[in-house]
Write a protein that binds this ligand. Structure first.
Ligand code: BGC
Length: 720
């Protein structure tokens, strides 16, 4: 824990210019250990003798700052000499940038840093260097840096001493916590694939991959040369640079060169982009000068899939890229426009896919800490966490992240502590619904609550929405009641797992199911059927499944579902005898479909099924991201049904595995692997004429289900 309580600020307001706090540190004995702990109201980079401390970009990270502000501790023993300069540069970040502007109490907190360097010597003595009013403050060359707007860096700017730092006693009450999440670090480096002139005559560079991060520059230049870059995810139908969909996010990079060879990367911002436009650039700069660097939380890759269909493989790759780009410390909706928020709905829909692709335990547990911190006294939760926009309400299928994600993490990692830590919050959420509804045992709301930007988002972006509306045709009360059942069911299962008395919630669950079946006995939309089937809310599964299948067929084997129905659509079909229809949808290439996006050049998952239309026109700029992972949730179906790898219901954390592949000749083959806490599971199948050959490897006891036949096997490799 940081013992120091002195938060220090610059002596004068530096406006957009990032200040640097500096302190000289002398070391005159043999160092045994040296640990530097740092946090900031903003984001920081620490340096010792000019060398970067650690590799965390955008430290101290993004949390619910009112109650949780992380600090990081670095081992710096090897960085110390006899005479040292410790510097901490401070940017605005999430805390003080435009992203949190709606929350003045947070956003207007003065920029400040806190640090403590503890040097222990071999002779048993110690030196402690902590932030206080003996530190000196300078201006830096970062003239502006904002998560939405980008960065301006002037390598020719003179840095000025501003005087001694000032202690800010108010910030001392800030709720410091040790680092909980993964560090956000640099990952893939992507070289441009081409530079070209658009029909409008703009010079544009294409990196070939939509990503989140920034462009790194390496070039020879004259002093004063300027490089100004704009970012975009796509080109418009005419092939011109297009970033109107970034809305109010300026997303500009401006770099003023010094003379000679130099490198630069932005310090306190990131962009979502595939293309950059060279708004200004000195002659002689070549493609080699630009590298796109992907930025995301350092999660370990756990899952891999290759199929016999290149387009499905591309869809899978696109989902991985959308996970990377939207797992920058917080699970976000998108990484490019003036949003980049931890939307609960998007996160809960994608959590299962996220768990298959990467080890996201630490990442999501940290975010759940923020979610619990933001839960209101009545049990409701804001629709985004951190709640930078001060959203006062709770939507069905969004708020349910508080039950769905802990349960998902438990199933994958088998750690009961996750349930113990979240159980009260999960119950409170269900209790909130119980108290909020207009009708007992359902979650029904007023008509105002159901309007766009009322309480609920409904089947967000479903195609059965009336033209121009964001809310699909599925009955909002039905969605809310289905998720009420789902969350209550999870509370019951979680409670039983950790030995809690959940009799009251079991009764509640039974009552919700009966009330639902009674009220919603006529299902109208694809999503309504999907929810009734997937959450076990229909007495007539056969009839409901047939209705769903008929609706899909009548729609030309195409889906109509939005954020709420899509994640469970293929499960609802497959679990009820319609595996062929599930594959029809997976392999469909006509609009709307997953592969339609692939055919239209997607390198990440789009927010709208019709982000780019066949005629080249685009969905309106007001809500159109090309890096939105929600529909990428189809990937968990690929792992858990097509390849069939799933944790056994009664033994979480893959202590036992169920492997029940569902092959389809049109996909040709499937090869999936998953590194679990118990070892690596592999499942593959391929068609040999009309015969399917399976190869399955399990690190633990497993139930392998092939053609409906169960095989109980110990660890080993099996061929069928
Ligand atoms: C976001 C979504 C989010 C939604 C709420 C949008 O602005 O981008 O992904 O879930 O609002 O409906």
């Amino acid at each position: 824990m940081i013992k120091n309580t002195y938060w220090i600020c610059p002596p004068v307001d530096t406006g957009d210019v990032c200040p640097v706090f500096s302190k000289s540190v002398s070391v005159d004995k043999v160092v045994e250990t040296a640990r530097l702990s740092v946090s900031a109201v903003g984001v920081y980079e620490a340096r010792i003798n000019g060398e970067r401390v650690g590799d965390f970009i955008l430290a101290p990270g993004c949390t619910s700052y009112r109650t949780r502000l992380q600090y990081q501790t670095y081992d710096v023993a090897d960085m110390l000499k006899c005479e040292n300069t410790l510097e901490i540069c401070l940017g605005k970040g999430w805390y003080r940038g435009r992203i949190s502007a709606s929350d003045a109490e947070i956003n207007k907190t003065p920029g400040a840093v806190i640090a403590e360097l503890i040097i222990s010597y071999t002779d048993g003595t110690k030196t402690i260097v902590a932030t206080d009013d003996t530190w000196t403050v300078y201006t830096s060359r970062i003239l502006l840096s904002d998560i939405y707007d980008g960065e301006t860096y002037d390598s020719t700017a003179e840095t000025r001493e501003l005087g001694r730092a000032v202690i800010n006693a108010d910030i001392s009450k800030s709720p410091l916590i040790p680092q909980e999440g993964e560090y956000v670090t640099e990952h893939e480096r992507i070289k441009p694939v081409r530079m070209f002139k658009t029909p409008k005559g703009e010079r544009v560079i294409d990196f070939g991959q939509n990503t989140a991060g920034y462009v790194t520059l390496e070039l020879d230049a004259k002093e004063g040369d300027r490089i100004v870059l704009s970012h975009a995810e796509i080109l418009d139908g005419d092939g011109n640079f297009y970033n109107a969909n970034y809305r109010g996010a300026k997303a500009k990079l401006e770099y003023i060169c010094r003379g000679g060879h130099q490198t630069y990367r932005p310090h306190f911002t990131f962009f979502g982009f595939r293309y950059i436009r060279l708004d200004e650039c000195p002659d002689g700069v070549t493609l080699d000068s630009f590298t796109a660097t992907a930025l995301y939380s350092g999660m370990k890759r756990t899952g891999r899939i290759t199929t016999g269909n290149e387009k499905v493989n591309k869809l899978y790759e696109n989902t991985l890229w959308s996970q990377r780009g939207n797992f920058i410390d917080v699970p976000t909706d998108c990484p490019q426009r003036d949003e980049r928020m931890g939307w609960l709905g998007d996160a809960q829909m994608f959590a299962k896919t996220a768990c298959y692709n990467y080890d996201v335990k630490k990442f999501l547990e940290k975010w759940l800490g923020d979610l619990r911190a933001e839960q209101r006294a009545n049990g409701s939760v804001p629709d985004t966490v951190p709640n930078f926009w001060l959203i006062p309400k709770s939507s069905a299928a969004w708020g349910d992240a508080i039950t769905v994600i802990p349960w998902q993490l438990y199933l994958f990692y088998g750690d009961k502590n996750i349930l113990k830590q979240n159980f009260d919050a999960m119950k409170k959420w269900v209790d909130y619904i119980t108290n909020d509804t207009l009708e007992e045992y359902l979650w029904t709301s007023t008509d105002d609550d159901k309007k766009l930007w009322g309480k609920h988002y409904g089947d967000w972006l479903a195609l059965d929405a009336s033209y121009g509306s964001y809310i699909g045709a599925t009955d909002i009360d039905l969605i809310a009641s289905a998720f009420y059942a789902h969350s209550t069911d999870i509370v019951v299962k979680a409670g039983k797992t950790i030995g809690e008395d959940v009799a009251e919630y079991e009764r509640l669950y039974d009552n919700i199911v009966s009330a639902f079946k009674k009220k919603y006995n006529k299902l109208q939309t694809q999503t309504e059927c999907v929810l009734a089937l997937y959450f076990g809310l229909t007495d007539d599964r056969e009839e409901t499944a047939k209705q769903l299948c008929d609706m899909i067929e009548a729609n030309g084997n195409r889906l109509m579902t939005g954020f709420v129905g899509t994640p469970y659509l293929l499960y609802a079909l497959c679990e009820n005898g319609y595996a062929k229809t599930a594959y029809d949808l997976l392999l469909q290439e006509e609009y709307p479909s997953w592969l339609y996006e692939v055919d239209h050049g997607a390198t990440t998952i789009w927010e709208h099924w019709d982000g780019i239309r066949d005629d080249g026109t685009l969905w309106s700029a007001d809500m159109n991201s090309y890096n939105h992972y929600a529909y990428g949730s189809v990937v968990d179906w690929l792992y858990s049904v097509a390849a069939g790898i799933r944790p056994a219901a009664e033994s979480a954390g893959f202590k036992k595995v169920v492997i029940a592949p569902v092959p389809d000749k049109r996909l040709g083959s499937m090869s999936a692997s998953l590194d679990t806490v118990c070892g690596t599971v592999r499942s593959s199948w391929r068609f040999d004429g009309d015969t399917v050959r399976y190869e399955i490897e399990t690190p633990t006891d497993a139930t392998i289900i092939i053609d409906g036949k169960e095989h109980f096997v110990p660890k080993g490799t099996y061929v069928f």
